[in-house]
Ligand binder design. Structure first.
Ligand code: UDX
Ligand code: UDX
Length: 468
């Protein structure tokens, strides 16, 4: 099939590359000329596992790039819209990019087209997109507007796309549903998974994935409700972690006990410094706004957001309780991305914390395997960037772990202790076992677990073994 994907960001680029890997001819459209030039030149603008392989495989062949939306629409039968939907001041989704894309699509309709919302949008958007296309002179028989939400996590987006838990197709006509089924047929009939060059299968893949066909509105709601539910799960466990801290319980043990109930499940129950990223914060807010507009006061979502913000403040208080004063202290920071496996720093709790610590007069030396270039653009010039986790720890008064990168969970603890001025680790992602850290001579603070000290003593101990 000939497929257009409008918007080559984190979602559009992955979707386009994956559609090409399924055997479709894909044109990626973007209005950012620099990005298009970079993509044509073989650059990969984002850090995403397997994306370089897929772009390398299909670039210039099944995957081409264009800035001409109208011409692309004329050439394709399915048009996926994946432009950004940033939040407005009031928390609603700003749909102006979606609207302008809809207007342009209208000019290219020269036969039956299926327009697919891939961006996360409020429940009434498909109707608006339809109205805009009609207003601009298109024949109502010549197009359908559908919703096919993405559930891609950054860092594992390619695998999530090709091995989805489910494919949700929101359509109000059989004709458009048929077209979307055909787009995903290589996944749903299993043929993709038999190919020797298929992207490797992750654990827990449901093969072939089920297709869930719904009305367009239901599909729009499925996306918002899924993200809000996942954010709620994280806020819930963060609230439980706070109770654990108060009573001296261990949240990891609680998570194990709670998550093994198959009705609850263990995933997205990792406590930390709160969720960030381009989706959860924005989507919870937008869903809240949509509900309010439709007459339902979804106050549960306010609480999800409040707990999330509070989690960052609690972490700051933890840094204070570990170090007393912050002015002039050297802090090593591991992680700037909003989560491990990505270079994305949008709404990153790590960046928020770095900025707050800088404001309190701390000196920061930070390391992130992928996000330093992007972080450099937004952090003040006083932040030093290190080339490794150990370099960030060198001579620091304490080390802060802010992103759940796998490499941060496997550090050489002996070396780390030697690098640090004081062996204090404040871990916002629970990457280590408190007992092991204490046995290795660290004073170790984490989330939802009591602080661990070498030899069980409560005062911080210097690396030479003396009490501070
Ligand atoms: C996507 C979705 O669109 C958003 O709704 C979802 O919740 C998160 O993922 P993302 O891919 O992360 O957004 O956005 P971004 O990386 O900003 O990419 C959007 C792309 O669209 C950019 O390359 C931008 O240049 C392009 N764009 C934007 C257009 O081509 N035309 C426009 O009018 C606006
Ligand atoms: C999310 C959704 O998971 C995906 O389905 C959706 O379509 C896009 O938004 P993403 O934002 O890329 O994906 O990452 P995700 O893995 O969901 O993590 C979001 C945030 O929650 C990160 O800051 C992460 O650190 C945090 N998180 C996640 C936790 O704090 N605890 C967890 O158990 C899981």
């Amino acid at each position: 099939m000939r497929i257009a994907v409008v918007g080559s960001g984190y979602v559009g680029l992955v979707a386009g590359a994956c559609f090409a890997d399924l055997g479709h001819d894909v044109i990626l459209v973007d209005n950012d000329q620099q990005k298009l030039a970079a993509l044509r030149n073989g650059q990969v603008p984002i850090h995403e596992n397997f994306l370089p392989e897929l772009l390398g495989r299909h670039r210039g062949q099944r995957l081409t790039f264009s800035d001409d939306l109208k011409e692309t629409v004329a050439l394709c039968s399915v048009i996926f819209v994946a432009v950004g939907t940033p939040p407005t001041e009031s928390g609603e989704a700003d749909l102006s990019y979606v609207e302008s894309v809809a207007r342009e699509i209208s000019g290219g309709i020269n036969g039956y087209k299926v327009v697919v919302e891939k961006s996360t949008v409020p429940v009434y958007t498909s109707e608006w997109v339809r109205r805009i296309i009609l207003r601009n002179g298109s024949d109502p028989e010549m197009f359908d507007v559908t919703s096919n939400p993405e559930f891609l996590r950054e860092g594992t987006a390619v695998t999530d796309f090709l091995f989805p838990d489910r494919i949700v197709i929101g359509c109000d006509s059989d004709r458009s549903a048929e077209v979307l089924r055909e787009v995903y047929a290589p996944l749903t009939n299993g043929s993709y998974y038999q190919r020797s060059d298929a992207i490797p299968q992750p654990d827990r893949a449901s093969i072939p994935p089920p297709v869930i066909v719904t009305s367009t509105k239901s599909a729009e709601l499925i996306k918002h409700a899924s993200n809000a539910y996942l954010a709620m799960k994280i806020s819930f466990i963060n609230a439980v972690a706070s109770v654990c801290e108060s009573v001296g319980a261990d949240v990891n043990q609680v998570v194990h006990g709670v998550g093994t109930d198959s009705r609850i499940g263990p995933r997205f129950l990792n406590p930390g410094i709160g969720y960030g990223g381009s989706c959860f914060p924005k989507d919870v807010m937008a869903f809240r706004a949509v509900a309010r507009e439709s007459g339902y006061d979804f106050r549960l979502l306010d609480e999800v957001m409040r707990i999330n913000e509070d989690q960052r403040q609690r972490f700051l208080r933890k840094v204070h309780s570990a170090l007393w004063t912050l002015r002039g202290k050297n802090l090593g920071v591991l992680g700037l991305a909003f989560k491990g496996g990505t270079d994305d720093i949008r709404e990153s709790p790590a960046l928020f914390l770095v900025q707050a610590l800088l404001q309190e007069g701390s000196k920061i030396t930070a390391y992130d395997p992928a996000a330093m270039e992007r972080a450099r653009e937004v952090l003040p010039s006083g932040v030093t960037f290190a080339n490794s986790a150990y370099e960030a720890a060198h001579n620091a008064d304490a080390l802060l772990i802010l992103t759940e990168w796998e490499e941060f969970a496997n550090l050489d603890l002996n070396r780390l202790r030697q690098e640090l001025k004081y062996p204090i680790v404040i871990d916002g992602r629970n990457l280590y076992d408190p007992e092991i850290m204490a046995a290795q001579g660290f004073t170790y603070y984490s989330v939802g677990r009591i602080a661990a000290h070498p030899d069980g003593v409560s005062a911080p101990v210097l690396k030479n073994g003396k009490k501070a």
